[in-house]
Design a protein around this ligand. Structure first.
Ligand SMILES: [Zn+2]
Length: 291
């Protein structure tokens, strides 16, 4: 299968860092795709120091098939495949190609995401906590400059993702998440665009003052996954604060009988939540950002 990805390359008029912005690693996260595309169309070489590459639709087959989480051909989540395999399945090869041609060439990676077609989400940014303290601090700083309230340090819960793989390769790398449920939210798109431009100013890619806003640091993620297929009834909302052990939802069978109740694995903030009634075994249910 041949895949063609749209790529914007903006060569700045002055020297500076090399930065990669990705959108659409997940094909239905429309707000973040729009944000990447609008940024690429707006920025002029005269505004840029260094080299900027923007790939707004990094997973076109998932985009056009409106496929939740996965590539339609191999049913794999591209954001678990990095750094990819040259002779692997289509998602593994796509990850390999993105890593080889785009991530390896960059000093910085900003990967834009949001809630998928069936997810509600409060905006947050993620960086990888690695053994390299200097790199971790740089990524944390970048993540905290997007003007997004919650910043989460991931400690390896989701292997093979863009930012964790890039961090392992010595890149300053973050994910920013905004928007939800298959809706193009122009306000949240603007939030991402403004945040990315602020991040660009902080690393010298653009000139101007860096805005510092208050962000809340969350230590790590606590994910819950479905143990059964059935009907999912969450009892919490995004942004809600929970204590460890609080009821967060239940799965019932097709007759409405409760099969399993779910309780918060840790105290913290509900960052995203699957809002589809239909749930499949092993699907994510929600994630808590631990305080
Ligand atoms: Zn995503």
């Amino acid at each position: 299968m041949e895949e063609k990805l749209p790529v914007f390359l903006i060569n700045g008029e002055r020297e500076g860092p090399t930065v990669l912005v990705l959108g659409g690693i997940h094909g239905c996260e429309y707000t973040s795709i729009d944000a990447a595309l609008e940024l690429a169309r707006e920025l002029k070489p005269s505004e840029i120091n260094g080299k900027l590459a923007v790939i707004p639709i990094a997973n076109p087959a998932a985009f056009y098939s409106r496929s939740i989480y996965v590539h339609p051909e191999d049913q794999k989540n591209l954001n678990r495949m990095f750094p990819g395999k040259i002779d692997g399945t289509v998602s593994e090869r796509l990850a390999y190609s993105l890593n080889k041609t785009a991530i390896q060439a960059a000093d910085y990676l900003i990967d834009l995401h949001g809630g998928d077609m069936i997810e509600a989400l409060v905006p947050f940014t993620i960086f990888q906590v690695t053994n390299d303290k200097v790199l971790t601090e740089q990524s944390k700083k970048l993540a905290s400059l997007l003007g997004i309230e919650y910043v989460v340090g991931s400690t390896g819960q989701v292997g093979g993702s863009t930012y964790s793989s890039a961090a392992e390769q010595g890149k300053v790398a973050i994910i920013a998440e905004a928007g939800q449920q298959g809706i193009l939210d122009h306000g949240k798109s603007k939030l991402l665009q403004d945040g990315v431009k602020n991040a660009f100013r902080s690393i010298g890619m653009m000139n101007g003052d860096v805005l510092v806003s208050q962000s809340k640091q969350l230590r790590t993620f606590n994910w819950s996954f479905a143990d059964y297929s059935g009907l999912w009834y969450p009892t919490v909302e995004i942004g809600q604060k929970v204590k460890q052990g609080d009821l967060i939802g239940k799965i019932t069978n097709e007759f409405g009988d409760t099969v399993k109740e779910y309780h918060a694995g840790a105290g913290g903030i509900i960052l995203f939540l699957v809002t589809a009634l239909a749930i499949n075994k092993n699907d994510p249910l929600l994630a808590i950002g631990n305080e």
